[in-house]
Design a protein around this ligand. Structure first.
Ligand SMILES: NC(=O)c1ccc[n+]([C@@H]2O[C@H](COP(=O)([O-])OP(=O)(O)OC[C@H]3O[C@@H](n4cnc5c(N)ncnc54)[C@H](OP(=O)(O)O)[C@@H]3O)[C@@H](O)[C@H]2O)c1
Length: 246
């Protein structure tokens, strides 16, 4: 699919879903500015994807970084995918610091970039895709505040879409809710936690999952949603494909 914009920003582009999203966007002819904290992983992505990938090492929650990247690169698409791996433990074995981890990383960076997208603003026709989780609907009792941090991502999407419309900015805000998958670092930690809770090994737990979502499927979905101005605001994605929420 060819996309109408020249440049995209992907947060959390060094591993997992973000890396696959960056690769799919480059394959679709888009320049990608990829953000993550770990320089070495980002450099490996650059080696794989070539000059179309610009690595930017930094904490995606930082306001100055968001403002600077949007001003310098004027992206037509911003994919807010960065996320912390939750501390896997039941609620009474969490501390406030572990419980709130995903609010300080996932939610804060979605807030920061959404705010910047509205205030700079992005050029008309711009798209912001935020990564929530199926856990925002179902809960995730072993992940502390993860599910609520991802629920906040959904609310921020709705608020931003309303403000864009009020101001006539012509921006589109979309949220993706992936199913838990064992194939990324974050998902693997989740699977290990839930397998241990059920008293089964990792392989038995995975065998009981109805379908396995791959990073490539998530990447394909992001490219599809970015290129579809008539698409809906929120989608669940599992190994079986995309499904509108509600
Ligand atoms: N995998 C699943 O099962 C699943 C299910 C539902 C939703 N999701 C969501 O999908 C997104 C991607 O998950 P994933 O499984 O691909 O995770 P992952 O493999 O652990 O990758 C996370 C990425 O985010 C980056 N990151 C984390 N904190 C950051 C920060 N403060 N600033 C900049 N970059 C940061 C990491 O790089 P550095 O650590 O080097 O910064 C890495 O590139 C997350 O938002 C996650 O919650 C995942």
């Amino acid at each position: 699919m060819s996309l109408s914009f020249k440049t995209a920003v992907v947060t959390g582009a060094s591993r997992g879903f973000g890396r696959a999203i960056a690769a799919a966007l480059v394959a679709a002819g888009t320049d990608v500015v990829g953000i993550a904290r770990g320089e070495q992983d980002l450099r490996a992505v650059r080696d794989e994807l070539g000059d179309a990938f610009t690595p930017v090492a930094g904490d995606a929650t930082g306001e100055a970084l968001a403002q600077q990247v949007i001003r310098e690169h004027r992206p037509g698409l911003v994919v807010l995918n960065a996320g912390a791996t939750p501390h896997m433990a039941p609620v009474h074995e969490q501390t406030w610091e572990t419980f709130s981890r995903n609010w300080h990383a996932d939610t804060r960076h979605v807030f920061t970039w959404t705010r910047a997208a509205l205030r700079e603003p992005l050029a008309p026709g711009g798209v912001v895709v935020g990564m929530s989780s199926g856990a925002a609907l179902a809960g995730s009792p072993l992940s502390g505040g993860y599910a609520s941090a991802k629920a906040a991502v959904r609310y921020i999407r709705g608020y931003a879409a309303d403000e864009s419309e009020r101001a006539g900015l012509d921006l589109r805000f979309v949220t993706l809710l992936p199913q838990l998958t064992p194939v990324t670092g974050l998902g693997s930690a989740g699977v290990a936690g839930y397998a241990a809770r059920q008293g089964v090994d990792r392989e038995t737990f995975i065998a009981g999952m109805s379908s396995i979502l791959t990073p490539e499927q998530v990447a394909e979905a992001v490219v599809e949603l970015a290129g579809d101005p008539g698409g809906g605001p929120e989608y669940l994605i599992s190994g079986d494909g995309l499904r509108p929420v509600g």
